[in-house]
Design a protein around this ligand. Structure first.
Ligand SMILES: Nc1ncnc2c1ncn2[C@@H]1O[C@H](COP(=O)(O)OP(=O)(O)OP(=O)(O)O)[C@@H](O)[C@H]1O
Length: 602
């Protein structure tokens, strides 16, 4: 690869570095080359370069990019340690958290566990959009207090607290800062524009001893809602003596197309061309069937041309504005409307619900024990309390309550020797439970998992059916996975899956921190926010459609701009759209409803 002038400048610089540049300008690439250079010339034995990034998915791309740099010696490559901020913070907290008065033994309060722990507080408030600013502040304070209580009293630390605690540790301990810098003399900070206040506190402390290389695109800052701040780059400039290189204008990803130009024009809201090479905008009639049919036929066509290109490992991303749309599209691809063929794909779905569903299934793999049914009911209630993540629905929370009440009544009647009313939820639930407990296991975790799932799916309880459907989103049991191996071992050691629940819970924590995931290939469906830092051969951006009654729009959900209302077309939605557009290397296709097209396009 021939380095650009700016990249050469970076390569030659010493000390702290701030590298700014637009999508595809080559920031990640040069940071890897710079890391390799430092590894070769500066590192003593036992030292490494630390590369910190936000998302695991970005990490797999960075790891792939490192692997693809054939000029770097494999021995040097192994000295670049790529990790998420979360995972790095967790290592520090686990080892040194007691210095802050946290319990000696800490566990992670996973997002699913956190959703359960906070569901009562969340449920005591109205929906977020109905709250006054004071109520919002009050809600946030109560949630934070409960998180703190969980950490300090129970030793269960939620992700939200990681950066805060690590900042406190580093601000207080010279020694720890020095130790980190001795181990990692150069630290690369990917997506620096997205750091929140606590993460910035950590960075400030790290930079006191180690050399920092911050990579940033101020206009890819899409996390203002969780604390990213437009002032961050200036804060870096003020804090550190540094070299700054601005690569705006360079574009190596979609060279020869107008994809970046179009993204920049969307950002400004001013279009400089009538036609943009590499950008296609198509429309569909505003109803679910025709919208999905248009998406599917477009996907077939693009997939066909990618397959015909004979390129190994091609990728096509379908980016949508909301979690709900991710599911809707994934379901449609899996079980399409009539006459269409399914599209094999990966969907990047929030797994809160699926993880809790997997806990239910794994529990049923365990041999019966005293109070086994009670444990089962607890997990079902957990499922309904935690399945909505940080946005639980009142209906699900009410379901959890009604299950608990029905079950208490069931117990009461049984111990009094009375008949339980046949229409009690508990009756159907216990029938499905007993069917699952009757499953005969083979010792093959995948087969046994499927037989539990089928028992729940085929039983009379609709609530358990929904759990059986949800758990299909989990792919951790595929051949060669750690979960599968651990369950097999458990079976061999004990002749049964004695610890299936604990093994499954550990597998999810491990999965969260794992950097093994392969870069996505084939067709991938995901929320636009999750596409950050990634690149695909082709991209489709697909949004929702307005709902009409008597030709009046009565609802307009799942749009790129809220309600597709021009007054909501703020810089956040423009930046988000620009990030999505610029993920494509060759073509980005935008699909939007014909009678109410996306307001960012005109
Ligand atoms: N000097 C170069 N010559 C040719 N190709 C390059 C050069 N630098 C980077 N590339 C390629 O361009 C693509 C985009 O580069 P890279 O991922 O480093 O950009 P980025 O600035 O990190 O993008 P983003 O901010 O959008 O994540 C990659 O496929 C990379 O291999």
């Amino acid at each position: 690869m021939k380095l650009s002038e700016k990249q050469k400048q970076i390569f030659a610089a010493e000390g702290h570095l701030l590298v700014a540049g637009g999508p595809g300008s080559g920031k990640t690439t040069i940071s890897i080359l710079k890391a390799a250079q430092a590894a070769e010339t500066r590192l003593r034995p036992s030292q490494e370069i630390l590369f910190l990034s936000f998302a695991r998915a970005t990490i797999s791309r960075v790891i792939e990019a490192i692997e693809n740099e054939h000029d770097i010696d494999p021995v040097i490559k192994r000295r670049i340690h790529v990790e998420t901020y979360h995972s790095f913070f967790w290592r520090l907290l686990n080892a040194h958290g007691y210095l802050l008065g946290l319990p000696r033994s800490l566990a992670i309060l996973t997002p699913a566990g956190e959703a359960i722990a906070l569901s009562n507080i969340r449920n005591s408030f109205e929906a977020e959009k109905k709250l006054t600013s004071e109520q919002k502040i009050d809600k946030r304070a109560q949630l934070q207090k409960e998180r703190e209580r969980q950490a300090r009293n129970e030793g269960r630390v939620s992700f939200d607290l990681f950066a805060r605690y690590v900042a406190e540790l580093l601000e207080r301990s010279d020694r720890l800062r020095k130790l980190i810098a001795i181990r990692y003399p150069l630290i690369v900070l990917d997506e620096f524009q997205d750091t929140n206040a606590d993460q910035w506190r950590v960075v400030r402390q790290l930079g006191r001893e180690a050399t920092l290389m911050a990579l940033a695109d101020p206009e890819q800052r899409i996390y203002d809602w969780i604390g990213a701040d437009p002032a961050r780059l200036d804060q870096f400039r003020m804090e550190f003596m540094h070299t700054e290189v601005d690569m705006q204008g360079d574009n190596h990803r979609s060279n020869g197309t107008d994809i970046l130009l179009f993204g920049n024009d969307v950002l400004k809201g001013k279009f400089t061309k009538n036609e943009y090479v590499g950008i296609e905008v198509n429309t569909y009639p505003a109803n679910e069937n025709q919208a999905l049919a248009t998406l599917m036929t477009t996907t077939y066509a693009i997939r066909k041309r990618l397959v015909a290109s004979n390129q190994k490992g091609w990728s096509l991303a379908v980016l949508v504005p909301t979690k709900k749309m991710t599911r809707l599209v994934s379901d449609a691809f899996r079980e399409p409307p009539e006459k269409l063929t399914p599209i094999h794909h990966m969907a990047s779905i929030d797994l809160d619900a699926a993880i809790l569903a997997a806990e239910v299934v794994s529990y049923l793999l365990q041999p019966p024990s005293l109070f086994h049914l009670e444990g089962f009911i607890d997990l079902i209630c957990n499922y309904f309390r935690g399945k909505g993540g940080d946005d639980p629905s009142k209906t699900d929370l009410a379901k959890a309550d009604s299950i608990r009440k029905a079950f208490a009544k069931y117990r009461e009647k049984k111990s009094a020797g009375q008949a339980v009313p046949a229409n009690s939820i508990a009756v159907a639930m216990v029938a499905s439970y007993e069917a699952a407990c009757a499953a005969v296991f083979t010792g093959d975790p995948e087969k046994d998992w499927v037989s539990i799932r089928k028992a729940l799916d085929g039983g009379p309880c609709t609530r358990l059916k929904s759990i059986a459907i949800e758990v299909r989103n989990i792919r951790l049991l595929e051949r060669g996975t750690q979960l599968r191996q651990d369950l097999s071992k458990n079976w061999r050691d004990f002749g049964g899956y004695k610890d299936a629940l604990a093994i499954t819970q550990q597998a999810f924590v491990r999965e969260h921190f794992s950097t093994q995931s392969k870069p996505e290939q084939g067709v991938i469906v995901m929320n636009m926010h999750k596409a950050k830092g990634k690149q695909f051969d082709e991209v489709i951006i697909f949004e929702g459609w307005p709902r009409y009654v008597n030709k009046e729009i009565i609802a307009n959900p799942d749009r790129i701009v809220r309600g597709n209302d021009r007054k909501n077309a703020d810089s956040q939605s423009r930046q988000n759209m620009r990030v999505s557009i610029t993920r494509g290397k060759r073509t980005t296709t935008i699909l939007t409803p014909d009678n109410d097209p996306c307001v960012l396009l005109f």
